[in-house]
Design a protein around this ligand. Structure first.
Ligand code: AMP
Length: 362
C-alpha cells in the first residue's frame, strides 16, 4: 500500500490490533480527537472493547475477519509487537499500516533488532545466537559469565529468559528454553534503566518525551520516575539515539526505547530493547505533558502534526498490579492521577491500572 501522507480528517476510523490497556488508551485518545476506533482482538474480555462499539472478535489469522476489518477502517495500528508477520502483510496490502511491517519484524526478533541497531552504530549488549548446547558453550566462552539466555521471540516481562551465573547452569537453562531460537547476551552491569518514548509522523517530524527511569519488580515495570537521575548529557544522548532509530526505520508512530545506563566517567548507554508501540514507561505523559504518548501516536498515524511533548511537572508513575488496584480510590490525593483499565478480573501479576504522582510542579 503506498503511503499517503495527507492528514486524515476527524471522524476517520482507526483500526487497532490488540484490545489490552494500551489499545484502550489509544482508543480514548483517538476519541478526544474526534476519531472513531475499531478494535480487533481474539479475546472477548478485552478491556479496549469497553470504550468503542466497533469491534471484531477473531483470531489474528482469520483472513475473512481481517479483510472486513481492513475494509471498515482508514488506517491500521497496533498495541503489541507480536502481531504475526502474515497478518501485518495481509493488512498492509489493504490499508496503511502504521508503524509499518518492517518495524514489527525487527522488534519481534531480538537478533534482528540487535543487528539492525548495530548497523546504525547504536550500542547493544555483546551477544551470540544460540541454537544448540555446543553453541551455548561457545557463546559462554566468548562472552563470559554472568550472561542472560533469552528466546529471540515472544519474550516479555522477564518471560523466556534465564540468567546464567555458573557454567553448570547452562544445560538446564538451554533445555528449558530450547528448541526455540535463543540468544546469549553478556550481562550488562547497569547502574539504572531508562527509557525514551519517541514519535515520528508520516511527514517525518520527530519529537521525544523526556527520559524516564524505570524500576522493575518481579520482572514487571514498577515505577517510572521523571526526570531520570542521569546527567543532562546522557538524557540528550538517549533522545538522540531514539531519534536515530525512528528515522532509520522510516517509522510512523510512537516507539519505546529501553536503555541500560552503565556507570563510568561518562555513563554509557546500551539499548536493551525497542517496542513499536506506546510504552508502559510513557504512561506518566498523560498526567504532565500537553500531548501524551497516546495522542502523539494517534496524531502520527493520522498524518497530523505532532504535539508538544514538554513536561510540566516532575512525576512518578506506579503500576498497579493485581490487588494493588484496590488501593484506589483511598490512595488518591491532590497530586495523583489514577488510570484504571477496567479489567473484569483481578489476577496476581496482571496490570490493572497505574497512578501518576506529581512530585514537583516545574
Ligand atoms: P528484557 O525482556 O530484555 O526487557 O529484559 C527484562 C529485564 O531483565 C531488563 O529490564 C533488565 O532488568 C534485565 N536484563 C535483560 N537483559 C539483560 C542483560 N543483558 N544484562 C543485565 N540485565 C538484563
Amino acid at each position: 500500500m503506498p503511503q499517503d501522507i495527507s492528514a486524515l480528517p476527524p471522524g476517520s476510523m482507526i483500526g487497532i490490533l490488540g484490545g489490552g490497556q494500551l489499545g484502550r488508551m489509544l482508543s480514548l485518545a483517538a476519541s478526544r480527537l474526534g476519531m472513531r476506533t475499531h478494535i480487533f482482538c481474539p479475546d472477548p474480555q478485552s478491556p479496549a472493547f469497553e470504550v468503542t462499539p466497533h469491534q471484531t472478535i477473531a483470531a489474528y489469522d482469520d483472513e475473512a475477519a481481517l479483510a472486513a476489518f481492513a475494509d471498515a477502517v482508514d488506517v491500521i495500528t497496533y498495541e503489541f509487537e507480536n502481531v504475526p508477520a502474515a497478518t501485518a502483510a495481509f493488512l498492509a496490502a489493504r490499508k496503511p499500516l502504521r508503524p509499518g511491517a518492517n518495524a514489527l519484524a525487527i522488534s519481534q526478533d531480538r537478533l534482528a533488532e540487535k543487528s539492525f541497531l548495530s548497523s546504525k552504530n547504536i550500542p547493544v549488549a555483546p551477544h551470540r545466537p544460540v541454537n544448540s548446547l555446543d553453541e551455548l558453550e561457545a557463546a559462554i566462552d566468548a562472552l563470559g559469565l554472568p550472561a542472560v539466555l533469552k528466546t529471540t521471540r515472544l519474550g516479555y516481562d522477564g518471560k523466556g529468559q534465564r540468567v546464567l551465573r555458573e557454567r553448570s547452569e547452562a544445560a538446564a537453562a538451554f533445555a528449558e528454553l530450547s528448541p526455540k531460537p535463543l540468544v546469549l547476551e553478556a550481562f550488562v552491569p547497569f547502574e539504572r534503566e531508562i527509557s525514551v518514548v519517541v514519535a515520528r509522523n508520516a511527514q517525518g517530524e520527530v519529537r521525544a518525551f523526556d527520559a524516564a527511569e524505570n524500576v522493575h519488580r518481579h520482572h514487571i515495570l514498577h515505577t517510572s520516575t521523571v526526570p531520570a537521575n542521569v546527567p543532562p548529557g546522557v538524557e540528550k544522548h538517549a533522545a538522540m539515539l531514539a531519534k536515530v532509530i525512528v528515522v532509520a526505520l522510516d517509522y510512523v508512530g510512537v516507539l519505546g526505547v529501553e536503555f541500560f545506563v552503565v556507570a563510568g566517567e561518562r555513563p554509557a548507554l546500551i539499548v536493551n530493547e525497542i517496542a513499536p508501540r506506546v510504552h508502559n514507561s510513557g504512561h506518566w505523559t498523560e498526567a504532565v505533558c500537553l500531548t501524551d504518548q497516546f495522542e502523539q501516536h494517534i496524531r502520527a498515524v493520522l498524518g497530523w502534526p505532532l504535539g508538544d511533548p514538554a513536561r510540566m511537572a516532575d512525576v512518578i508513575m506506579e503500576n498497579l498490579v493485581g490487588d494493588e488496584v484496590l488501593a484506589v480510590p483511598s490512595a488518591l490525593d491532590g497530586n495523583t492521577q489514577p488510570h484504571l483499565y477496567g479489567k473484569s478480573e483481578t489476577r496476581p501479576g496482571r496490570k490493572m491500572g497505574h497512578i501518576s504522582r506529581i512530585t514537583r510542579r516545574v
